[in-house]
Design a protein around this ligand. Structure first.
Ligand code: XUL
Ligand code: CO
Length: 436
């Protein structure tokens, strides 16, 4: 079926193109800094926003026109949707996709029936992966939509909810493995709380630690070797999400002995909600060796919630790509567009416009970042800024040869510290703009 009349395979036409259904920057085979853009960027389309969103909001009915979808919860409809999803991705050229179990297949009357529904749709996914060569970046279980998870899943006060969530993750991890998924994601949908008056925080966190250990054990048992990823987000739906930002997640993983098995999936809009820049979150996770993958989107700084918009700012994408290049790339993770079209952008073709804009923004960001690195001016400035640590007292502190007494003796002798140099922030911001 042709769900997208008017859209063929999206071509690369170069920076001067005025064709909205063409790439100006993303040329999958172009080599930048030693790798093709396809290899650097590892773009992924998400199933939930792109194929399941309706445009409904708390004030209004669905608006999105999706003529291939009969609106029912049937397995047939779910399987039909798979064909359209792969048709879309094949024309767009994202080499990966990501899904929640409940995006792709409907929940049945019992867990047994639900698992059967999932198997029936996974069969269709497998066939389409085979036909198109599109691969699964990651799978994840939706542990937040169903009312059984009203108090959370792994952190619920109801032990049965924990058990149900375990059964659900077990199955979802198994199908992710079957589909050759390269990662598996845990976003703590309702793992958090609204008020401490009814919450035993210590017990809930212990349960979350237990849950992730059980998940890692099961991954080993079934031979799933993909990376397990925790996705930070500070609020929404709960007031306090436990996995609030990269630092909190890493602290949690360390406290529960999980850092050798888990990494992080960092999302732009979640960083914003946590009061951080995306670059901060990426740098924090990366220098700890725990950056796994990226959910690429952007928020609206005038709104306090997760707007999940497509990224369009070259400044943002250049910052992201600079960090990825500095740390040797994002594989086996990817750049996953956890982003949705606005309710007002209701035609199917808007899905193409949204993704083309996001992919081009990242392709341009990659080129900017590669140019910044090739020139080396920024790197030299930072290196020079820390030069006092390369020899003398700095080198003695870093190598553990100094203690408080020797540092006191050093300053008693020297009298005052060497003069500080300017941080030159404005000069560097101007330098960065040279490449945009
Ligand atoms: C929610 C969010 C999720 C996760 C997967 O804000 O980002 O879509 O990425 O559960
Ligand atoms: Co996400």
């Amino acid at each position: 079926m042709n769900g997208f009349p008017g859209a063929q395979r999206i071509p690369y036409e170069g920076p001067d193109s005025k064709n909205p259904l063409a790439f100006r920057w993303y040329d999958a085979d172009e080599v930048v800094a030693g790798r093709t853009m396809r290899e650097h960027l590892r773009f992924s389309t998400v199933y939930w926003h792109t194929f399941r969103a309706t445009g409904a909001d708390p004030f209004g009915a669905p608006t999105l026109q999706r003529p291939w979808d009969d609106g029912s919860d049937s397995v047939e409809n779910a399987r039909e949707r798979v064909h359209v999803a792969f048709e879309f991705m094949a024309r767009l050229g994202t080499p990966f996709y990501a899904f929640h179990d409940r995006d792709v297949a409907p929940e049945g009357a019992s867990l047994r029936q639900t698992n059967r529904n999932l198997d029936a749709v996974v069969e269709a996914l497998e066939a389409e992966q085979e036909r198109t060569g599109i691969r699964l970046l990651w799978g994840t279980a939706n542990l937040f939509s169903h009312p059984r998870y009203v108090h959370g899943a792994a952190t619920s006060c109801n032990a049965d909810a924990f058990a149900f969530a375990a059964a659900q993750v077990k199955k979802c991890m198994e199908v992710t493995r079957e589909l050759g998924g390269q990662n598996y994601v845990f976003w703590g949908g309702r793992e958090g709380y609204q008020t401490l008056l009814n919450t035993d925080m210590k017990r809930e966190l212990d349960h979350q630690g237990r849950f992730l250990h059980l998940a890692a054990d099961h991954a080993d048992r079934i031979g799933f070797t993909g990376t397990l990823l925790l996705e930070p987000k500070p609020k929404e739906p709960t007031k306090h999400q436990y996995d609030s930002d990269a630092a909190a997640c890493i602290n949690f993983l360390r406290a529960y002995g999980l850092t050798d098995r888990f990494k992080l999936n960092i999302e732009t809009n979640h960083a914003t909600l946590a009061g951080h820049e995306m670059a901060h979150e990426l740098e924090y996770a990366a220098h700890q060796g725990l950056l796994g993958s990226i959910d690429a989107n952007t928020g609206d700084l005038l709104l306090g919630w997760d707007t999940d918009q497509f990224p369009t700012s070259f400044y943002l994408t250049a910052q992201v790509m600079l960090i990825l290049l500095n740390y040797g790339g994002i594989a086996p993770g990817g750049i996953n567009f956890d982003a949705k079209v606005r309710r007002e952008s209701f035609e199917p073709i808007d899905l193409f416009h949204a993704h083309i804009g996001g992919m081009d923004a990242f392709a341009r960001g990659l080129k900017i970042a590669a140019a910044i690195r090739a020139d080396g001016d920024l790197r030299s400035f930072v290196q020079e800024r820390y030069a006092s640590w390369d020899s003398g007292i700095g080198a003695r502190i870093e190598s553990g040869q100094a203690d408080f007494a020797s540092l006191e003796a050093y300053l008693l002798e020297k009298g005052e510290i060497a003069p500080n140099a300017s941080g030159r922030q404005e000069m560097l911001e101007h330098l960065f703009n040279r490449y945009l």
